[in-house]
Design a protein. Structure first.
Length: 643
């Protein structure tokens, strides 16, 4: 006979069950994180693009505590001050990891993972359903509108702002549940710090108020009173921000408070519910899906309100309130603006799925069918968009890092790029993509302005495209190396270009024509400068009391003389600096500089200069400063041009 097995002790069974329960709870929290990692598999590999280079360039401008504070807190475009999500983020990670983009994206992923966990927690607290809590972050992460945030580093402010709003809301929920003031104070600290992330943070008190009204209804009065200081802070911030940066009246960020708000809302509603990149032949199906989802959400919300379950109003209010600041900006419709509003919509959808699962079979079948149709479509669209970002960013990386490697291989020589596409120009060159690498002498081959169709910063294209005469002089003096963009790498074509391209320019008789634009700070244009100019310093040159530049004369009566440079504070201590400018000995209208920093002066030219192949521009200042070494310094110049 065998010995009978000894039954498990009650304590052992209990311990095992406890361990399984803990593992199950941990897995419940980790499922959205693993799902995010799967969705983000292309985004983690993306390199820098577009606005990223403006923030990456900040590190070159930081030389001490004063410049660091200026880089962190000086107002930028539209008066924005975002020290945590843009300036500090890029400064810290670039100083630690250079131009390795992976650590940046790991930080983005970690932030989004924390967002997903908080979305799950808040949904669980409001609905009491683990199904709703698990579905809300999945619906949010899967939405294709988030692909930009995951792939484009400059959109990190959306992910971080969501974290601050969700963390503040979680603290407020705990305050509502326990009455402990420590949670209110945590909410306040998080809320105030959120203003350094994104201006949308201003809506948080309204989000907390709708939670008090529609979720924590029994304590609504006490909670609303506790939010008065936060409303005051938001109002003060809004007023001060408007004083520092008035609302724009033109351009893509122009504010239009009119009927177009509803058109903008309809567009964002469509983007929130269905994938954006439907083939034209399937547009009818897309519209049908949009109306079906809208009808189901409306029916579910009405059913909940009839049963006096008002939490659906909190979810809907989150979507509308957080989207409201973007509605008066119809000229700048952007998918990543939906990152925060989609949280409310995802919680609403998750709540509906959870209730449908516990309801009778038609509701359950409807919910399962919608999820089975919508989820694969939006995931596919999200991955397609992420792949698009990856492909374009890798091309940018190949060009920028390839140019950096070429510069190290050929020290003292300028890099000239050929076969640059319009996409590469918009994604990198137009945003000064080479500046963060530490060198500035990168140019485009003659004729590039005819093949590149810029959507961004077309003026820079003219500055970076070398004139044939400048290219001839540079090749003759062995001052440049030429590289062609081939896919995601650069190929040296210097010898081939010398054989073929120069012959083409000779046939066009362009090589003997002086350029109409002179980059004073580039060694390639030194042969067009008078001997009085000082050497190149940080991409510019100092002039003494008087200096001359040689360039081609005006081609028509519409041409003007453009002077661009920089005036330091020290030059203005004794008052305004007056400029005297003449062309071929003909004096032009007087100009003056009374403010420190970058300057640009546009001067009319006399008709007698039209058609002249070469003119000499003489620039003089009425006052100079003296260096200890004896140099007389007038102004710093970057560009002299006739255009």
């Amino acid at each position: 006979m065998g010995i009978p097995a000894k039954p498990d002790s009650p304590n052992g069974v209990s311990a095992t069950r406890t361990q399984f329960a803990r593992a199950g709870r941990l897995l419940w929290w980790l499922v959205p994180v693993f799902f995010l990692l799967w969705i983000d598999r292309y985004g983690l590999k993306c390199w820098f693009m577009q606005d990223d280079f403006a923030w990456l360039g900040l590190l070159r401008e930081v030389h001490g505590s004063r410049s660091l504070l200026n880089a962190l807190f000086a107002p930028e475009a539209q008066g924005t001050i975002r020290p945590w999500s843009e300036r500090g983020f890029f400064l810290l990670f670039e100083s630690l990891f250079g131009l390795d983009s992976l650590p940046f994206h790991i930080c983005v992923f970690a932030t989004m993972a924390a967002d997903a966990v908080l979305v799950a927690w808040i949904t669980l607290r409001i609905t009491g359903s683990r199904i709703a809590g698990s579905m809300a972050p999945v619906l949010w992460i899967a939405n294709s509108s988030l692909s930009t945030v995951l792939a484009w580093t400059s959109a990190y402010n959306e992910a971080l702002c969501a974290l601050f709003l969700l963390a503040a809301m979680a603290s407020f929920i705990r305050f509502a549940e326990t009455g402990r003031r420590v949670f209110w104070w945590w909410q306040l600290v998080i809320f105030i710090l959120g203003f350094g992330v994104l201006e949308v943070n201003v809506v948080y008190p309204a989000l907390a108020a709708v939670y008090a009204l529609f979720v924590a209804r029994t304590a609504a009065k006490r909670l609303l009173l506790s939010l008065i200081p936060l409303f005051c802070i938001s109002i003060v911030y809004f007023v001060l921000h408007r004083v520092a940066a008035p609302l724009p009246t033109d351009g893509p960020y122009a504010v239009h408070v009119n009927g177009r708000i509803f058109q903008t809302l309809a567009t964002y509603w469509k983007w929130a519910l269905i994938p954006q990149h439907w083939p034209d032949k399937f547009l009818f199906r897309a519209r049908a899906l949009l109306w079906v989802i809208t009808a189901v959400l409306a029916a579910f919300s009405i059913r909940e309100l009839m049963k006096r379950r008002y939490r659906v109003l909190f979810f809907a209010s989150w979507f509308l309130i957080s989207l409201a600041p973007m509605l008066p900006i119809p000229e700048h419709l952007t998918d990543y603006y939906l990152t925060i509003p989609l949280i409310g919509l995802s919680m609403l959808g998750a709540c509906g799925i959870a209730l449908a699962w516990r309801s009778w079979w038609p509701w359950r079948a409807t919910a399962l069918l919608l999820v089975a149709v919508w989820l694969p479509l939006t995931i596919r669209d999200s991955l397609t968009a992420s792949q698009w970002w990856l492909d374009r960013s890798l091309a940018v990386r190949g060009m920028v890092l390839g140019a950096e490697a070429a510069h190290e291989k050929h020290p003292g020589k300028a890099i000239v790029l050929d076969a640059v596409t319009s996409a590469l120009y918009d994604d990198a060159i137009s945003q000064s993509g080479f500046y963060p690498t530490g060198f500035d002498d990168v140019y485009l081959t003659p004729g590039s302005q005819d093949t590149i169709q810029p959507a961004v910063n077309p003026e820079l294209l003219q500055k970076m495209t070398l004139a044939p005469a400048v290219m001839k002089n540079a090749i003759t003096h062995d001052s440049v190396v030429l590289y062609s963009v081939v896919g995601d790498r650069l190929q040296n074509i210097t010898e081939a270009y010398e054989r073929s391209a120069l012959e083409r320019f000779l046939l066009d008789k362009q090589l003997d024509q002086e350029p109409r634009r002179v980059d004073v700070g580039s060694p390639l244009f030194a042969y067009l400068l008078g001997p009085e100019w000082f050497g190149v310093e940080s991409g510019a040159r100092w002039m003494p009391r008087r200096a001359t530049v040689r360039l081609a004369g005006p081609g028509s009566a519409k041409d003007r003389l453009i002077l661009e440079g920089y005036c330091p504070d020290s030059q203005l201590k004794a008052g305004i600096v007056h400029l005297s400018v003449s062309v071929d000995g003909i004096p032009l209208a007087a100009a003056q500089i009374g403010e420190p920093g970058d300057f640009r002066r546009v001067l009319d030219l006399p008709p007698s200069l039209i058609g002249k192949p070469v003119v000499e521009v003489a620039i003089a200042v009425d006052r100079v400063t003296h260096e200890p070494g004896g140099r007389e310094l007038g102004l710093v110049f970057g560009t002299v041009a006739i255009q």
